[in-house]
Design a protein around this ligand. Structure first.
Ligand code: AMP
Length: 283
């Protein structure tokens, strides 16, 4: 697998590939790979003739109080894992080349980023849209693959691509979970062994919410009460948010009348976990 650090070198290679009729499928990441990342890469491998990843812990999406410095990093391990799944190239830019002195241009997706993580992490989506836009300009992909684990992020990237007329197909990839149901995340390494039972309540509460819908419940307040009870009973978890939203607009829903996003962000000790499920009405 080839590794490129330099933006213009990446752009030149992308131009060469495009001239040779290659189809570039791209997976942007912050590294510290788990099976979820690798699955996105396998999808990119299938969809394109060149599979490219980026590894970049993006400072502009972290607030000063957040974990930018301590975010887990292991470049050599990431290179080995992505090589093993057949990735052609890793773009690994340096922070000072992505954000040189004088940098002052940001991409701001508005409505769909206001709710959920946009409420608790005010600079997050501006940072994500800005870096993804810059990475797109560097890698020049035909296709980009994003995980549904970060559902609101996927919706906001689709919005940005549409609004900015970027000629890129955005592909959503289902959430990859551990055997016990915990959604995979690089931040799961922060969890202490005793915190696992509380962490597992996220997926459990998502399942139970679907069961309530299957039994005929349509009232968001009732479902969210059950979700909050499940998340907090037993202790060790503080709910940042648990909301039912329209999966397209990310606006709150009061009565379920079609596919509805149940989105969770929960602090388990010092770890903020997110998870979600699109609740479906019985056929
Ligand atoms: P990150 O390195 O956390 O920024 O994630 C890079 C990409 O992997 C994003 O598109 C995430 O949504 C996706 N991703 C992370 N964890 C998972 C997971 N458990 N299942 C599916 N996609 C994931």
């Amino acid at each position: 697998m080839r590794i490129i650090e330099n933006i213009s070198e990446m752009q030149r290679l992308a131009d060469t590939w495009r001239a040779g009729r290659e189809r570039i499928a791209f997976v942007p990441t912050m590294g510290f790979f788990h099976e979820g990342h690798l699955d996105l890469m396998r999808t990119a491998r299938k969809l394109g003739t060149k599979a490219v990843i980026s590894i970049f812990v993006n400072p502009t999406q972290f607030a000063p109080t957040e974990d930018f410095e301590s975010y887990p990093r292991d470049l050599q391990r990431d290179i080995d894992l992505s090589t093993a799944v057949g990735t052609d190239l890793a773009f690994v830019p340096r922070v000072d080349e992505m954000y040189p002195e004088g940098f002052q241009t940001y991409v701001n997706v508005t409505q769909v980023t206001e709710n959920l993580c946009g409420m608790s992490r005010p600079v997050f989506f501006r940072g994500v849209a800005t870096v993804v836009s810059k990475l797109f300009h560097a890698v020049k992909p035909h296709i980009a693959v994003f995980g549904q684990k970060d559902f609101q992020q996927l919706v906001s990237i689709r919005r940005m691509v549409k609004d900015m007329n970027m000629d890129i197909d955005i592909v959503g990839h289902p959430i990859v979970r551990e055997q016990d149901g915990l959604a995979m995340s690089s931040r799961n390494t922060y969890l202490k062994p005793g915190e696992r039972p509380a962490a597992l309540r996220l997926n459990r509460s998502l399942k139970e919410a679907q069961e309530l819908v299957d039994l005929g419940e349509r009232n968001a307040t009732v479902i969210l009460k059950a979700v909050n009870d499940r998340l907090t009973t037993g202790g060790g978890a503080t709910v940042d948010y648990a909301r039912l939203c329209d999966p397209d607009t990310i606006e709150d829903v009061e009565v379920i009348s079609g596919p509805t996003l149940l989105a969770l962000a929960v602090w388990v000790g010092k770890t903020r976990l997110i998870d979600n499920r699109v609740l479906l009405l019985p056929a």
